[in-house]
Design a protein around this ligand. Structure first.
Ligand SMILES: Cc1cc2nc3c(=O)[nH]c(=O)nc-3n(C[C@H](O)[C@H](O)[C@H](O)COP(=O)(O)OP(=O)(O)OC[C@H]3O[C@@H](n4cnc5c(N)ncnc54)[C@H](O)[C@@H]3O)c2cc1C
Length: 437
């Protein structure tokens, strides 16, 4: 059966409006057998399938909605060469050696994304646009300078550099930032086209991808696992769960949903800007994330639209207030856009962890997972898919805190919404104080 007839729609994003057509993928209608069943058709699941198939392992992907329906098809498309915490802070927390390993891994993450795009000639606008981490005040400038110093001293890497307030004005087109950290090697994609392109490439290689097929239960069976969907079952030797912030769509009997906190992030895209105005904002095309605790991110899109994202509603609802708040942040950054129409707004969920790292690993011998990317999954999902595939094949993998760190269910998880409300209030205050310092 063609799954398109029962496909839940993608959000009303600028990405969905400008995406390449989706492939005609089936939904699961039979009982099938495979070595590895991957639950979730976002970047993590698709990258795992790509790397497993390269290792000669038979696998299938089972997706509840559509390929790229989750965060993978609706994000900012920024493949950033930093973690949420800067290198200098990581070195203080984990030591130089571990941080050096993490630095190499994040570099490899963007290379892996680029390698997949090139291997399948995926039409997703991948380019090394460069990424600016915009400082929110003096303290933030100092911490970014410390990252540059750490990179040079400990990794011999001189690829990133600081921008002063004048360069920020020229390169970003706003005077609100006292400085920034530019890494010209960071990449960008059209996120939904990357997900669709990779899904189509894998399907073309003969890797079965079933859409509109939510996995409703996962049980052990005769030394393997059985996944049940509405119309068919998958008998697999091993299962990989890559449902990230959408892990609670179905209770699959793991405690993964309690190890992460799903947090909503919302995005606006303007109408096309007049060319003179457009050329005053990010004239060299870099992607930007600011260094606030409650992060904002933005980039110019083909067709002279500005995409601007930030905090969403904590309860996950899409309230007009959230988009109004985001619009006022946009206007305070770019006052000239006060009267510019907003043509698209949408939201999605990221999965936050206590240590700000994604985590991957095993639950027993047969279930593998990767979750918890926060706002840093565009590149890292590609890497963790590769590392997960190695783990599934029985190789030893060391990705520092991402698979050796503590990753337990969060204490009092059921109170996460009031908890997040308190944290967000506190972070908002810190951001204000840091901007004024
Ligand atoms: C608005 C927004 C902006 C972002 N911007 C950036 C950015 O610029 N840079 C960056 O690095 N990161 C960004 N992120 C984060 C990034 O998009 C994610 O980290 C990444 O896409 C996660 O990919 P994933 O494959 O792990 O999960 P997802 O893409 O969320 O995929 C999970 C999939 O699992 C499926 N699923 C769930 N339950 C079941 C079930 N029971 N059966 C079958 N399927 C199931 C869902 O339908 C979903 O498609 C952003 C996220 C959002 C929401």
């Amino acid at each position: 059966m063609d799954a398109a007839t029962q496909m839940p729609s993608h959000p009303n994003s600028v990405w969905a409006a400008t995406a390449n057509p989706r492939s005609n993928l089936p939904c699961l209608e039979d009982d099938i057998e495979t070595e590895v069943a991957i639950i979730g058709g976002g970047y993590s699941g698709l990258s795992t399938a790509h790397h497993l198939s390269k290792a000669g392992v038979d696998c299938v992907v089972i997706e509840a909605n559509d390929v790229g329906w989750g965060a993978s098809g609706r994000n900012g498309g920024m493949a950033v060469l930093r973690y949420k915490k800067g290198f200098s802070e990581l070195a203080t927390l984990y030591g130089d050696e571990t941080t050096h390993g993490l630095y190499r891994l994040v570099m490899e993450a963007v290379d892996t994304l680029e390698g997949i795009v090139r291997e399948y000639s995926i039409d997703c606008g991948f380019s090394r646009y460069g990424h600016i981490t915009a400082a929110n005040g003096r303290k933030s400038v100092e911490s970014l300078e410390a990252d540059i110093a750490w990179l040079a001293r400990r990794a011999g890497d001189h690829g990133a550099r600081m921008l002063d307030a004048r360069e920020m004005r020229q390169m970003v087109g706003t005077s609100v930032y006292p400085g920034g950290y530019l890494d010209p090697r960071a990449g960008g994609v059209h996120p939904l086209n990357y997900a669709r392109g990779l899904g189509a490439a894998l399907h073309g290689k003969g890797i079965p991808i079933y859409v509109s097929s939510p996995v409703e239960s996962m049980e052990r069976d005769h030394g393997g696992m059985v996944l049940s969907t509405r119309r068919g079952r998958v008998y697999a030797k091993k299962v990989v769960v890559t449902t990230n912030a959408y892990t609670d769509l179905m209770p699959l009997g793991t405690n993964l949903a309690r190890r992460i906190v799903p947090v909503s992030t919302s995005v606006l895209a303007t109408a096309p800007l007049p060319s003179e105005l457009a050329s005053s904002i990010l004239p060299q095309g870099q992607l930007v994330t600011d260094n606030r605790h409650l992060v904002n991110y933005f980039r110019m899109l083909p067709g002279n639209r500005l995409l601007y994202g930030g905090r969403g509603d904590i309860t996950g609802k899409e309230s007009p207030d959230i988009y109004r708040g985001l619009h006022s942040m946009l206007v305070s950054t770019f006052p000239a856009l006060k009267d510019t129409a907003i043509e698209f707004h949408w939201s999605g969920k990221v999965a936050v962890t206590l240590d700000d790292f994604p985590h991957f690993g095993k639950l027993g011998e047969k279930i593998f997972y990767s979750v918890g990317y926060g706002g840093r999954g565009v590149a890292l999902t590609n890497l963790l898919g590769k590392l997960l595939a190695r783990l599934v094949c029985g190789e030893a993998v060391d990705a520092g805190p991402m698979n050796k760190g503590r990753f337990n269910p969060i204490f009092m998880h059921r109170l996460r919404i009031p908890g997040m409300q308190m944290v967000a209030g506190y972070y908002g205050l810190l951001d204000k104080m840091e901007r004024q310092a």
